[in-house]
Design a binder for this molecule. Structure first.
Ligand SMILES: [Zn+2]
Length: 342
């Protein structure tokens, strides 16, 4: 009898142990999964949520990303900002609660997305190159695709206004180089905006900011540009006012001089700029020591419009009239280079 009781109680003990092991195991695996989800990056969440959604319903994603919109929100309310210098795209959806994306997960593919960050109604994407977001709203969903500039434009050009923000460049008589460069680029932008050819133009800056040298130099490659032009104003090495004046254009002397080369682009810029401004030509010069020239993946020229250390040229360069002429010269150079096959 005692033996039977012992057997019976050990059986119960065994059963209890097995049940609790199973329950505990399940609990901890649930817990592990939750922990894992919390630790997932935005891209891992995208892949996870997309897999889960495909298990539940038959969804075919014809577009790269699908964002569920709150009721009453249309395309007009969605804000999309493309900071292409940083390859950052931010999508803002209004009237969204804090944990909106955990209940209405973003679905799709991670192609060309290096990083994805979700917060409240904000989706921040860091892309691996410059893309133009294309969006449409259908049945309460926002669909997003990302096109390369070449898929939209026949030609792509990058314009760099030298210096900016806390980096004024040369300063003479209170005139800052960064402001001359930007004024010329803004005039150039006005001309390019009016141009009816299908040219996509990307600017390293259109305001008083200072992108890094790396951000400037890589924009040519990241947009797959046909050419890159940087606009600067010159000073003598000593920095003292002198008779020395005129326009020169730098290129990377260590790159191939065949076909649509940087040297040929520099020559075109020199000819067109000096013709438009009526300035003295100081020729094309070696520029491999300059970071944005050396590290550019596309044909690149850096134009030194004139000398801030020459009184007459400084006065001209500070005038809107001369800045317009400089812009016209660079504009003509761009069109001529593109005609030549860049
Ligand atoms: Zn400069």
């Amino acid at each position: 009898m005692e033996g039977k009781i012992l057997k019976f109680s050990s059986l119960i003990l065994m059963a209890t142990l097995i049940v609790s092991a199973v329950v505990l195991g399940q609990y901890s695996s649930i817990h592990r999964r939750e922990l894992k989800r919390e630790q997932m990056s935005g891209l891992q969440m995208l892949a996870y949520n997309t897999r889960q959604a495909k298990k539940k319903e038959d969804i075919r994603l014809r577009h790269q990303l699908r964002v569920e919109l709150p009721a009453g929100i249309g395309l007009q309310e969605v804000e999309i900002e493309n900071d292409y210098v940083k390859q950052n795209i931010v999508i803002r959806i209004p009237d969204v609660e804090k944990d909106y994306f955990s209940e209405h997960p973003l679905l799709g593919r991670s192609n060309h997305i290096n990083d994805l960050y979700l917060e409240n109604g904000r989706i921040e994407l860091t892309m691996d190159a410059v893309y133009e977001p294309q969006c449409k709203v259908e049945d309460g969903y926002l669909y997003l695709d990302f096109l390369k500039p070449q898929e939209i434009y026949d030609k792509v050009v990058v314009i760099d206004a030298g210096h900016g923000g806390g980096a004024p460049g040369a300063i003479r008589q209170g005139i800052m180089e960064k402001n001359i460069n930007l004024a010329i680029v803004q005039e150039l932008k006005a001309l390019l905006d009016e141009n009816d050819q299908n040219i996509g133009v990307y600017y390293t800056r259109t305001g008083d900011v200072n992108p890094t040298f790396a951000q400037r130099a890589q924009l040519g490659g990241k947009t797959g540009a046909n050419l890159f032009i940087s606009v600067h104003s010159n000073s003598t090495v000593e920095g003292e006012m002198s008779q020395y004046h005129g326009t020169e254009v730098m290129y990377d002397e260590q790159k191939s001089e065949e076909g649509c080369s940087s040297k040929r682009l520099a020559q075109i810029c020199l000819e067109e700029a000096t013709a438009a401004m009526g300035s003295k030509s100081n020729g094309v010069t070696y520029g491999n020591s300059i970071y944005i020239i050396r590290n550019n993946e596309v044909p690149a020229a850096l134009i030194e419009v004139g000398f801030m250390t020459n009184q007459e040229e400084l006065d001209k360069m500070a005038s809107a009239e001369y800045q317009k002429k400089a812009a016209r010269g660079i504009y003509n150079a761009i069109l001529r280079a593109l005609e030549e096959g860049y």
